[in-house]
Design a protein around this ligand. Structure first.
Ligand code: ADP
Ligand code: SF4
Ligand code: MG
Length: 413
């Protein structure tokens, strides 16, 4: 039962006791019987004793203020597959799971932009939702500013959430069509900054409209979402995210729905806001090309796992995982003489309910080694000569590097 539910029951009980107390007091006065008076006294003392024994509410944690803002450890999210009656009967009650996120770990330093890239369905958005605690993990921990989010009760999590905000792909879907721009931006402040006056909040909204390039602010303040352009709507969503003064913004495909000409402007704006408001971003995208303008580090996801992670420049210049290499070779280069150097992975991303054994990527991998890649699960390990560039591939690290075609002169990937 929630803390509020318990509190209501206790308060209800105390109210009944108080009513009995008042009733007996009245009887004591009317009939002049001292035992009524004793009973009255008991009824008065009992509620006070219960109130004194009520456990004090946990304070909202302040945060450690350390260098690492987000730490994700061994995160898993398995969604149970809903089955019909017949299918359930045939499978004898066995539950299948979509392994959307399967043992993911990473850190994000304060002020850093970590990109998460990969094909659709690789688990990027689920990681974002887990970090924001919009979803409960099946396993693993998310620690934000030194606080393990699992240890917060619902009420404290609600208060703590002002430190984390989200920007989704489709701004039209995330804005209430019946709220004006001003109301939409102010709304989170009414919840998370209850001590502010309406005048202070309005001033804050004007400042934020100005910061996201919606000038003059009073022109946009009373407009409705459908009366502004798609790019401007995303600027409004960014302003709304900023009003609670968050430390972390999870941006899930924030520019994907904008026109190409607007995408660059939005990226520019996000970089400006990051510096101006001391933000940290988890930047989720299926488009590797955009990451190089904004990310400091990049993690490549495939079928619920991070297969490569490291400083952006290092991963772009020296990609190790065959999947990263293929994704990078698909990034368009504005040079007609440029030819694709790596083959793109063939076939669809496999079913996350029954991922392939061994390395998940082996059915699509151009250099998979039979007997190794289809049997053993590789783990994320440092690329030789680098501490913060990690890859999950038997042929790039560990005991099987002698099978790497790049060493043996075979086809590289
Ligand atoms: N609520 C859910 N219930 C069941 N499966 C889900 C749910 N959310 C996501 N999935 C599945 O988890 C996998 C990863 O999804 P998602 O995190 O949205 O990937 P991405 O953002 O990389 O496209 C997909 O196979 C998707 O169908
Ligand atoms: S472990 Fe094997 S299958 Fe997986 S990426 Fe490396 S070479 Fe390819
Ligand atoms: Mg997604």
């Amino acid at each position: 039962m929630s803390r509020i539910g318990i509190l209501l029951i206790v308060l209800g009980g105390l109210a009944v006791l108080a009513a009995i107390g008042v009733g007996t007091a009245w009887l004591a006065v009317r009939r002049r019987r001292s035992r009524y008076a004793w009973f009255f006294l008991g009824m008065l003392i009992l509620p006070l004793a219960v109130l004194a024994l009520l456990p004090a509410r946990d304070p909202v944690p302040v945060g450690a203020g350390g260098e690492v803002l987000v730490e994700v450890r061994g995160l898993r999210k398995w969604f149970p597959v809903q089955k019909g009656f017949i299918a359930n009967l045939l499978s004898r009650g066995h539950t299948d799971y979509v392994k959307a996120v399967d043992d993911v770990s990473f850190t994000i330093k304060r002020g850093e932009v970590l990109g998460l890239a990969g094909e659709s369905g690789s688990g990027k958005s689920t990681v974002g939702r887990l970090v924001l605690r919009l979803l409960d993990p099946t396993e693993g921990e998310v620690v934000v500013d030194g606080v393990d989010l699992a240890r917060l009760d619902k009420e404290n999590l609600r208060v703590y959430r002002h430190k984390m905000q989200v920007v989704f792909q489709d701004p039209l879907a995330s804005l209430n069509p019946r709220m004006t721009v001003g109301q939409a931006i102010e709304h989170p402040a009414q919840i998370h900054l209850p001590d502010t006056t309406p005048e202070e909040r309005k001033r804050l909204v004007f400042e934020l409209l100005d910061a996201v390039g919606m000038s003059p602010p009073d022109f946009f303040y009373s407009k409705y979402p459908h009366q502004v352009s798609g790019g401007q709507r995303q600027r409004i969503v960014l302003a709304r995210a900023l009003i609670t003064q968050p430390d972390l913004i999870v941006a899930d495909e924030p520019i994907a729905s904008a026109d190409v000409s607007v995408q660059a402007l939005l990226l520019e704006l996000m970089i400006k806001l990051k510096d101006e408001f001391d933000l940290t971003y988890l930047f989720i995208t299926h488009d590797l090309a955009t990451t190089k303008y904004i990310c400091d580090r990049i993690g490549i996801m495939y079928l619920g796992k991070i297969v490569e992670i490291g400083p952006l420049q290092e991963v772009f210049e020296n990609p190790q995982h065959p999947y990263t290499r293929a994704l990078l070779s698909a990034v368009p280069v504005p040079d007609p003489r440029h030819r694709r150097t790596e083959p793109l992975p063939t076939g669809e991303i496999p079913n996350p309910i029954n991922p392939p054994p061994g390395c998940n990527f082996h059915p699509r991998c151009p250099i998979a080694a039979a007997g190794v890649c289809d049997g053993e699960l590789p783990s994320l390990r440092p690329v030789p000569g680098s501490e913060d560039h990690l890859v999950s591939c038997h042929l790039r690290t560990g005991d099987h590097t002698h099978l790497d075609p790049a060493r043996t002169g075979g086809p590289s990937a």
